[in-house]
Design a protein around this ligand. Sequence first.
Ligand code: G4P
Length: 528
Amino acid sequence: MTTLSDAVAKRRTFAIISHPDAGKTTLTEKLLLFGGAIQMAGAVKARGEQRRAHSDWMKVERERGISVASSVMTYDYNGKTFNLLDTPGHEDFSEDTYRTLTAVDSAVMVIDAAKGIEAQTLKLFEVCRLRDMPIITFVNKLDRESRDPFELIDEVEQRLALDVTPASWPIGMGRSFLGCYDLLHDRLLLVERSRDKKGAEGESCSGIDDPKLDELLPADAVAQLREEVEMVRGLCPEFDRQAYLDGTMTPVYFGSALNNFGVRELLQGVADMAPAPRPQPAVGRLVEPTEDKISGFVFKIQANMDPNHRDRIAFLRLCSGHFKRGSKLRHSRSGKTINVHNPVLFLARDRELAEEAWPGDIIGIPNHGNLGIGDALTEGEELKFTGIPSFAPEYLQTVRPADPLRAKHLGRALQQLAEEGAARVFKPTIGADWIVGVVGPLQFDVLADRIRTEYEVPVHFEPTSLHTARWVECDDALKLKRFVDSNQGAMGTDHTGAPVFLARNAWHLDRAAEDNPDLRFLKTKEQI
Ligand code: G4P
């Protein structure tokens, strides 16, 4: 029988972060191939290709079955259970990405060997850093002309302020890329030997001076490898697991996901180094994964995934306890008990009914909108997990239905999208239009498309003259009421009814803040 501590010890819940095009989709697919979760190359790739074109991307998203099944992928490899959480690549969807990062214990950062650290890599890395998340780096596309590997590791060290320790070292690059030397296990990994889809084990060596290397590699390549490995070992610190776990050191693998090269080593690296489910911070205490009582938090909501059942799925990261189908859990926000009788476990491309799940696992809970981002489910304890970010809307637009008679339907759609976390929605106190706030402007297109297809309300988004929205709070309810009443033209409410100040310009906001020192004008609001 599986014990709680065994189940926790064998789990690795992680995400891949990268700049678009660095090879995340390809790597994901190869990891799943190794894990036996998919049989055929191309299954995940198809989505990557379609996603590239904006309109195609929406089409794919509409066929939600695909996108949701691949948002969590669970597979086994060498006695470990991996939960790989997908993060949307486009920067306009980074809210979702950031929240997903709160549900993983470690990350793999993919870097294009020709490009190094790119804008989106940096942004995502910063989020990981906030959580001191352990990161393994995979430098991809060594089969192409790349930048000098020393330069690349130097860039990681300098720009991310991390200690870097190569786990493998490339032998050549581009057309003359021969393979890697595994610095952790002293093995030679040759490209031509890894043609079969799972790659070869590699050739064990007694060390970098092993004469075997002279037999297997051209003389100039061996000479260069020995020189570079000596330099690497002299320049870089040795792998220090604690430093990695603390998020201050990253081991770096080199490879080519497209050619299956280096993927096995990376996967083994995640198995060996990456942390098992970590304790989760909550108000007042840390929740240990080995606690008997079940607890978890919702980090993502996806609506209407299956066009035939207009359902919503709340993605719950289990933080402690042994979950079984039918478990009765207390919903933190409402205080109500939820009977989780039809949870979904995500096994590669299919949804399966989950009979049980363990800390670190993600379960999907179908619901009709009562579960929201940040909500905790527990076996009774009143818990509030912390660190689930909320984002300030940076772009505001008004939205109206093409057919005024559909206004009520639009209201319902916006309410649901706001609860799901897809957008912020404000209703001005005076006036009939809704105002929608998003983090990236492309979200407007996606929202318009979703409202039209999922709720059958064609809508127009239009620019507003508003500058920004701020949630207004005050410890003194009377003062707050007075402010709301005397600023009706600039007030509205969010989808929970909380008061929001809609500022026309920066001066308007500054003025309101100066005139009302007891009020707090908040850029974001906790989800709960
Ligand atoms: P993403 O999810 O991070 O956006 O990247 P994705 O895996 O979709 O890869 C982006 C492009 O880089 C793809 O090429 C992919 O084939 C290529 N690629 C990924 N890994 C490697 C690698 O190790 N070596 C080389 N040479 N290329 C790699 P594409 O031309 O955009 O698509 P496709 O026509 O090849 O499918």
